[in-house]
Design a protein around this ligand. Structure first.
Ligand code: G6P
Length: 505
């Protein structure tokens, strides 16, 4: 990443994401305080944007954010040592309802995960998605530096590289392109799956979305399958676009968009440090606090409470195992850490109720005075506690029905510094492409086989556990968040010649 960063320093980097890297809040004394990025992409990207003194455009949320922000909607971050500009886009309540909860999360999210029965479409969702994409695009255009200052308000000699994150911005690239022409490189990473053409064809406004995304110079997905699905959609839905299947390039109205896969990873070293940080008594105390009996195998599941994550399917497999293999009764505990998410959406609330009901039923059915088969952790866990839990759990169960990549699988492996755990992984997660050989793979909807794989994983001899975990760890060490960013930036910068650099040359 360091080499890439030194090249990037000559560019104006503009990152666009729905969630912001720093969020202002009011503390108990009504003073402004700041929440920092907790992990994942935001934490990984933040140092890059700091080092390049770039700009980050994101949804500003709440009174404290407003108070901390100047008239140009900007605030310098991080607060203690300002290194870049965070530009906030303000969304009204109805923007949030229709753009975020509506089109993004009730249409694009379920559709991209091929869960069509969860799609709810209303015209106003789309209209607001369009308007909010325009708002974000306006903010980007304002920041694009040009040779003569003709576009945007900034004027310096470097070129701009805009990096859009995710499905919230299907239209913004086109809106930006219409204003800046070739003055900026536009790159986009779609963090969730791209569905097969039969599914995407159900998408209202499919042509606008494809055209919006094709305005990018580079469009990235986690795995080749999603790229192929996207190209297939373009080839069959957009008559004016030409797909080159050799180079995965789409030509449309004189503009070329490359489509490529970049499997994302996690910050392996940082996670390993957190996992190693707690003192020796940590695990015994953790078990005591949550009522996990000593000397029992522990399986863990860590998820956002989302219907794509396959939590009810996982609970059904655990129930089936306890039913059919009673030797496991009182021998292992499953710890579920589920973080509530998008609770304004009825399907998410219903999932929460279903998970609670399932856990209650299984515990009532099989639990004893001193053992509950399932323990649900609702408390906030620090990173040390979370990765400590991963380090000490004998098994992680990652069972999504569909998932762009699934970084929890990689976090678990990164925290496994003693090489003693087993990863049970859905063959429908993007991560299966990388980790499927050394993980124990499952089809989350096939309860019987899922249960027998659980049995196999729990009984696996130490030697085999270690062999598999070492193989998994060598993959996550090389496919990490830093190498992912470097790959995306390198591939984007390799398209530099497409940008009009004549004047600066
Ligand atoms: C997924 C998406 C992200 C999103 C995250 C959390 O990982 O790809 O873009 O930020 O879920 O969801 P939320 O809706 O709370 O931002």
């Amino acid at each position: 990443l360091d080499d890439t960063l030194s090249v990037l320093e000559n560019w104006d980097l503009i990152v666009v994401s729905n969630r912001q890297p720093y969020r202002h809040t009011f503390d108990d004394n009504d003073e402004i305080a700041v929440d920092r990025p907790a992990g994942g992409l935001t934490a990984g990207l933040d140092p890059v944007v700091q080092q390049t003194d770039g700009t980050w455009v994101a949804w500003g949320d709440g009174d404290a954010d407003r108070e901390a922000t100047d008239d140009a909607n900007s605030v310098r971050v991080p607060p203690e040592d300002p290194a870049y500009t965070l530009k906030r886009v303000w969304l009204s309540e109805s923007d949030v309802a229709d753009y975020y909860y509506g089109f993004s999360n009730r249409v694009l999210w379920p559709l991209s995960h091929s869960l069509e029965n969860k799609v709810t479409f209303e015209d106003r969702h789309w209209e607001r998605y369009r308007e909010v994409n325009q708002q974000f695009a306006d903010s980007v255009v304002d920041s694009v530096a040009t040779d003569d200052g003709s576009v945007g308000t900034e004027t310096d000699d470097s070129n701009s590289l805009v990096w859009f994150q995710d499905y919230h911005f299907g239209l913004a690239p086109q809106f930006v392109r219409e204003e800046v022409g070739d003055e900026a490189l536009l790159s986009h990473f779609w963090h969730i799956p791209w569905p097969e053409r039969e599914v995407f064809r159900d998408c209202p406004h499919q042509t606008e979305l494809l055209r919006g995304l094709l305005a990018n110079d580079l469009l990235g997905f986690h795995i080749p399958d999603y790229c192929a699905n996207f190209l297939d959609c373009v080839a069959t839905i957009l008559p004016e676009a030409a797909v080159d299947w050799e180079s995965w390039t789409v030509e449309r109205e004189g503009h070329e968009c490359r489509v490529r896969s970049f499997p994302m990873g996690v910050d392996t070293e940082r996670i390993a440090e957190y996992a190693a940080a707690p003192d020796e008594g940590f695990w015994a105390e953790f078990r005591a606090e949550y009522g996990i009996p000593e000397d029992q195998a522990v399986a863990v599941g860590i998820d956002r409470l989302d219907y794509t994550k396959g939590i009810p399917e996982r609970l059904a497999a655990i129930e089936h195992l306890l039913e059919t293999e009673p030797n496991w009764l009182g021998e292992f505990t499953y710890v579920q850490k589920a973080t509530p998410s998008r609770t304004e959406i009825p399907e998410y609330r219903e999932l929460g109720r279903q998970v609670d009901r399932d856990i209650e039923r299984i515990n009532e059915r099989f639990g004893t005075d001193d053992w509950q088969p399932i323990i649900e952790i609702e408390d906030y866990l620090t990173e040390e506690a979370l990765y400590g839990l991963c380090r000490h759990s004998d098994l992680a169960i990652v069972s999504p029905l569909a998932d762009g990549m699934n970084l929890v699988a990689m976090e678990y492996v990164s925290a496994q510094i003693d090489h003693t755990g087993v990863l049970l992984l859905s063959d429908r997660a993007g991560a299966d492409d990388l980790l499927g050989d050394a993980a124990v793979t499952i089809d989350p909807t096939d309860t019987e086989t899922f249960a027998s794989r659980l049995d196999l994983a729990l009984s696996m001899p130490d030697e085999e556990r270690q062999r598999r975990m070492r193989a998994l760890r060598s993959v996550v060490a090389t496919t990490n968040i830093q190498s992912w960013m470097a790959d995306v930036f390198d591939a984007t910068l390799a398209l530099e010649q497409q940008v009009d650099t004549t004047e600066t040359d």
